[in-house]
Design a protein around this ligand. Structure first.
Ligand code: XMP
Length: 435
């Protein structure tokens, strides 16, 4: 193993992620683990040079006070405690707070002088270590992966491919709600360029059939999510002798599902929604990474820039942007308009500046005029927003000439559209998506 590691034990402090990031900013790899990890569990982790316990002894979950196991102090690994008054701790500190600079200064001497950790955390070493760990975990068994083409699953696929090559089986399900060229791009990069085993399933008719006449947004999401699992399950059953499932879990996913209750955070649970008899062990090499680190990992693995830095795209895809009951003609107009928007944004460099940008086609028509005749067609709504955490968002103030050029192209090139609008609403009161 190339990297030294500092382990942060999670006693439910909100600052854990800031502490992890501060240590990584010092050049030392750090991972956050549940508070009740055993001494054996700790020793099984590679190159642990030090332990940081962050959080007071008064942490209470479901009425029960939680603390680390006493055996942790017998491992011989240096321990630092913040906001924790165990007498055995080598260093006792006031609670850290949320300031990365403060934390860096507070832990520097512990990390380098006490633990003698080397500042050898970088993506090259991370990738090398993960490849070794994946090979140890998987052996010569096979791994299945749902490859959507999103950042996390793409980076995971590239990493697994480096580690286990043709023992990896990727399944790309096209639910018919992908953006223009998206599935083709997944096939081009992974099958043609990286020679991955890629099973491509065009399930457009299945999804659009089930969605026919369904107007309620939550119902649409349920149908899309549920059918996705079913299609994936069918493909999994066709493949024989698969023991592992690759999952592109990243640290914020774990944090959002609640790190405080370490009992909810289990690394070896099955993927949500797959039936009981389809049991896989999970391979989740990205689960300690933050989003920017996942992207850096993708760059290190040689994935195309556009794939690694692409904007977020919701799981239900264009399904929640073709408002109300989806029809194929409106979906086609939406896809074409979205492609024009993305093309024009890229020309202006806005793709690197704006957090999320897309088009929406509502399920009502308006009157227009074309070729001296009355038209009755769909509008296209453009939305472009900036945000830090997607909880609140402000709109991008796009230059008029750019908006007008996009409008001209949409009106000239997209069928059944006679009007283009720009959405000026921040979140709140609006959400980023329209459904
Ligand atoms: P809202 O519309 O809630 O969106 O302001 C916040 C962020 O979440 C994305 N989003 C979704 N992502 N499945 C997803 O995977 C969904 O059902 C979904 N709905 C919204 C949205 O694109 C934005 O980035």
């Amino acid at each position: 193993m190339k990297q030294d590691m500092i382990v942060i034990l999670d006693l439910g402090s909100h600052e854990n992620t800031v502490v992890a990031r501060a240590i990584r900013a010092l050049g030392v790899y750090s991972e956050i683990h549940p508070h009740d990890i055993t001494a054996e569990g700790l020793k099984a982790l590679p190159n642990v040079k030090g332990i940081i316990i962050n959080g007071g002894p008064n942490n209470v979950i479901d009425g029960v006070a939680i603390d680390v196991l006493p055996e942790i102090y017998e491992t011989g690994i240096p321990v630092m405690a913040a906001g924790h008054d165990k007498a055995l701790c080598e260093v006792k500190l006031a609670k850290f707070g949320n300031d990365e600079e403060f934390i860096k200064n507070a832990v520097r001497s512990f990390v380098f002088d006490t633990c003698k950790a080397e500042a050898n955390w970088n993506m090259k070493n991370f990738v090398a270590d993960q490849i070794e760990l994946i090979r140890q975990q998987v052996g010569d068994k096979k791994v299945l992966l749902a490859l959507s083409g999103g950042v996390d699953s793409s980076v995971l696929a590239a990493l697994l491919l480096k580690a286990i090559g043709d023992k990896l089986y990727c399944v790309h399900v096209n639910h018919g709600l992908m953006r223009k060229g998206e599935s083709e791009n997944v096939i081009e990069v992974f099958r043609n360029q990286l020679s991955a085993n890629l099973i491509y399933v065009d399930a457009t008719d299945r999804f659009l059939g089930l969605l026919e006449g369904v107007a309620d947004p939550e119902q649409k999401r349920k149908i899309i999510g549920g059918e996705f699992i079913r299609v994936f399950e069918e493909e999994a059953r066709k493949l024989d002798g698969i023991d592992f499932l690759g999952q592109g879990t990243i640290y914020p996913d774990i944090a959002e599902s609640g790190t405080k209750t370490a009992k909810v955070v289990k690394s070896h649970h099955n993927v949500g929604g797959l039936p009981e008899d389809l049991q896989f062990e999970l391979v989740e090499p990205l689960k300690q990474l933050f989003k920017d680190e996942v992207r850096a990992c993708g760059v290190e693995l040689g994935l195309p820039y556009e794939m690694v830095y692409r904007q977020p795209f919701p799981g239900p895809g264009l399904g929640v942007r073709c408002l109300g009951a989806i029809t194929r003609d409106r979906l086609h107009s939406l896809r074409e308009a979205d492609a024009i928007l993305r093309e024009e944004f890229a020309k202006e460099g806005l793709d690197k500046k704006v957090w999320q940008y897309f088009t929406v086609v509502p399920d009502f028509k308006s009157v227009g005029v074309r070729d001296n005749a009355r038209s009755y067609d769909w509008p296209v709504i453009i939305r472009a927003v900036n945000t830090i955490d997607a909880m609140t968002a402000s709109i991008e103030q796009i230059e008029w000439p750019v908006l007008l050029r996009i409008t001209d192209r949409i009106l000239a090139e997209v069928p059944n559209v006679n009007r283009v609008c720009y959405d000026l609403s921040p979140k709140p009161s609006a959400t980023i998506e329209w459904e």
